[in-house]
Design a protein around this ligand. Structure first.
Ligand SMILES: NC(=O)c1ccc[n+]([C@@H]2O[C@H](COP(=O)([O-])OP(=O)(O)OC[C@H]3O[C@@H](n4cnc5c(N)ncnc54)[C@H](OP(=O)(O)O)[C@@H]3O)[C@@H](O)[C@H]2O)c1
Length: 336
């Protein structure tokens, strides 16, 4: 779509998933007319849109979560990056690069609330992969919840994913023994050979207890939990006294009607464990501090990423399934 286009595409959520793969029937792909602007408004053309596992929660009917679900008939929620193509807003000029909750749409009319200007000239892919949700989540969860110390051992599940890969690299840079849990040998090789993890466990093929014992002979001090599944029990049983567990995500349970049973709490007492869940909407006010913490690691070349880029808005629908199959290699996003 070019910036003078008089029509654009958006995708609305019209039904809620009931388990199984995400299909076209849940969505309505609509063509809309370019909106006229009132004073104080601006028009954004989205260039790259982030896909995130959180979307499964936003599509569910659950009203008890940290953020309300997307209402049926509304444009599906997502964060993204774009450029201002028209403005009647004093703080935004045509050509500004902006980020925010833009939604599954090629264009968005907004009053600018919740929109942030992108102040660097890094490519969209790098911004979404590092300086957006993945990097902020990794930094918050690792440092504020995991409280890592040099010489300790950390296990990161979902380790080749957008959040897990940054967590592991930050921990490595700070002198920890870093073990990543992944679902393929290709991902195991990437995190050890390219990202510098000390070891990898393939949760689909390895003997989990034996591999963990070999890679963490002194036990586990920090567990950064992105997935749940059987690895959770294996790691829990090897936690050291005063260990910390940062519960970031449980993707193994997102599509299950009945989640897996968690480990027994007796270890929490015996090992005096701290287990803390966190979600980033609680920390939007901390973004400047999180950026200040993360940026030096990036500037020193210690954070690598890979972006998995799908083409065109409708690709978002089937693309969501890659999170469950493990088909995404790095930060999943759609180029518009
Ligand atoms: N708390 C927060 O505010 C926050 C913010 C962002 C993300 N998150 C959570 O963090 C986690 C990672 O998010 P992300 O964006 O970085 O996604 P991601 O790791 O890039 O993609 C998800 C990965 O999960 C793995 N996976 C899927 N099903 C699994 C299963 N049954 N058991 C084990 N692993 C499985 C797959 O990798 P393999 O090939 O290795 O299986 C898949 O590639 C998600 O749970 C997400 O909900 C939380």
């Amino acid at each position: 779509m070019n910036e003078t286009a008089q029509e654009y595409t958006a995708i609305k959520l019209i039904a809620r998933p009931t388990g199984g793969p995400i299909t076209d029937e849940l969505f309505d792909i609509v063509t809309l007319a370019r909106p006229a602007l009132a004073q104080g408004e601006l028009l954004v053309q989205q260039t790259h849109m982030s896909l995130d596992p959180a979307m499964f929660g936003w599509m569910s009917p659950d009203t008890e979560s940290y953020i309300p679900p997307v209402a049926l008939g509304d444009v599906m929620r997502s964060s993204g990056i774009g450029k201002v193509i028209e403005s009647k807003h004093p703080d935004f000029q045509v050509g500004d690069r902006v980020m925010g909750l833009l939604g599954w749409t090629e264009m968005l009319k907004t009053d600018g609330q919740g929109l942030n200007k992108v102040q660097n000239d890094l490519p969209d892919e790098a911004v979404l992969s590092i300086f957006a949700l993945p990097g902020m989540t990794a930094t918050q969860g690792l440092f504020e919840v995991g409280k890592p110390k040099a010489g300790e051992t950390i296990v990161v599940s979902g380790a080749a994913g957008s959040v897990g890969s940054i967590v592991g690299q930050l921990a490595k840079a700070d002198g920890l023994n870093v073990i990543g849990v992944v679902g393929s040998d290709e991902k195991a090789e990437w995190i050890t050979n390219e990202l510098g993890f000390d070891g990898a466990i393939n949760y689909k093929t390895d003997d989990l207890d034996a591999k963990l014992a070999a890679l963490a002979p002194k036990g586990v001090d920090v567990y950064f939990e992105n997935t749940g599944g059987p690895i959770q029990h294996a790691v829990f049983n090897r936690m050291n006294a005063h260990g910390r567990i940062a519960v970031c995500g449980l993707i193994a349970d997102y599509a299950k009607a009945v989640p897996d049973l968690g480990p027994n709490w007796i270890q929490v007492i015996k090992k005096r464990l701290t287990i803390q869940g966190f979600t980033m909407p609680d920390h939007y006010g901390d973004i400047p501090a999180l950026l200040a913490k993360l940026t030096p690691y990036v500037m020193q070349g210690k954070i690598k990423y890979r972006a998995h880029v799908l083409e065109g808005l409708p690709a978002a629908i089937s693309g969501l399934n890659l999170f469950f199959t493990g088909g995404n290699q790095g930060k999943l996003m759609v180029k518009l």
